[in-house]
Design a protein around this ligand. Structure first.
Ligand SMILES: O=C(O)CCC(=O)C(=O)O
Ligand SMILES: [Fe+2]
Length: 319
């Protein structure tokens, strides 16, 4: 068998979009084409040049400081909402995470910082605020491009208004000799879209449409954008929700951080009528994300990448 070149994820540069140069419209259009192609065919891509190396390094330090706090301090971060509080579970023994809901609201970051460091930690607080702002800008640009690509620009504002965000920070320890190397089980994200950063240890793996797994290696200040199931429902499956997992190799711990855009609970998710026609029959019944989430976090569904399909998929024979 001849050797195959490893598959690489598409890399899309967002630095040019910021400039006010005379070519900005054509840069927007060509970036948009690349974004839409990547989300249709890979369900993800690497976004380069989004934050400065300095900001990324200060966030990396902030994560290490945070997870190095005593367990009893980390446990103070509690929440009724899944994934917002401190998470550590025997089902994923290498993994621990914490979340800050809507980190663009300054008080949310201030409160979290004060909970973890009662004497304050200005470096943590300010770097998380600037970072969240940058990631949100990227979230808005990518979604605007997808909406425009589908001729749905009229729905963009309404859609953004019904979105909330979670900034989730994650740490994975290295497995012991007799432990599994699975950091996070194979899954698709059920939310709208995720913007992920992993440190130089790596470990994120993405499954291609041909089932091949790709171990993601990105530059230090780039991100992986992953389309979630809700985006897919919303576009009546014009996109692809990438299946992924984390596999820990080596002896070092790993840190990652992600901005998860999530439908506000009680919002009904449904594909706009423009997305449904004879060639594209409706694939998912309208659903309430909060209700779906209650179903999803049940033991038998949480690792099922067809959970949403099971919950609200339209059986094709009934059409
Ligand atoms: O840590 C990572 O790189 C991936 C995290 C992830 O996939 C998730 O939280 O859904
Ligand atoms: Fe994920």
């Amino acid at each position: 068998m001849g050797s195959k070149a490893p598959i690489k994820l598409p890399v899309i540069d967002f630095s040019q979009l910021k400039t006010n140069n005379p070519n900005s419209l054509s840069i927007w259009e060509s970036t948009k084409t690349d974004v839409f192609y990547a989300l249709q065919n890979y369900g993800c891509f690497e976004a380069s040049s989004v934050v400065s190396i300095e900001l990324q390094e200060s966030v990396n330090d902030a994560l290490k400081q945070l997870f190095n706090l005593p367990l009893e301090t980390k446990l103070k971060n509690t929440s009724e909402t899944v994934f917002h509080g401190y998470v550590q579970s025997p089902k994923v023994p290498l993994y621990e995470s914490m979340g800050i809901g809507n980190p663009f609201v300054p008080e949310n970051v201030d409160d979290f910082t004060n909970l973890m460091w009662p004497n304050d930690n200005p470096t943590f607080r300010e770097s998380i605020k600037s970072y969240s702002k940058k990631l949100r800008e990227l979230d808005e640009i990518v979604k605007k491009m997808v909406f425009e690509s589908l001729g749905l620009e009229n729905y963009y504002c309404e859609q953004m208004k019904s979105t909330s965000y979670l900034l989730k920070v994650m740490k994975y320890r290295a497995p012991e000799a007799d432990e599994s190397d699975v950091g996070l089980h194979t899954h698709t994200d059920t939310n709208i879209m995720t913007i992920l950063h992993q440190d130089e240890i790596g470990g994120l793996e993405i499954q291609m449409k041909n089932d091949e797994w790709v171990r993601v290696k990105v530059s230090p200040n780039s991100f992986i954008i992953v389309a979630g199931e809700t985006f897919n429902v919303w576009t009546n499956r014009r996109l692809h929700a990438a299946t992924h997992r984390v596999v820990m190799k080596g002896e070092k711990e790993r840190f990652s951080i992600g901005l998860f855009s999530v439908p506000k609970w009680d919002k009904i998710i449904k594909a706009p009528e423009e997305m449904v026609d004879e060639e594209h029959p409706l694939l998912f019944k309208p659903f309430d994300y909060g209700e779906f989430f209650k179903f999803f976090i049940k033991e038998e569904n949480i690792n099922d990448k067809f959970a949403l399909e099971k919950y609200c998929g339209v059986p094709s024979l009934n059409l």
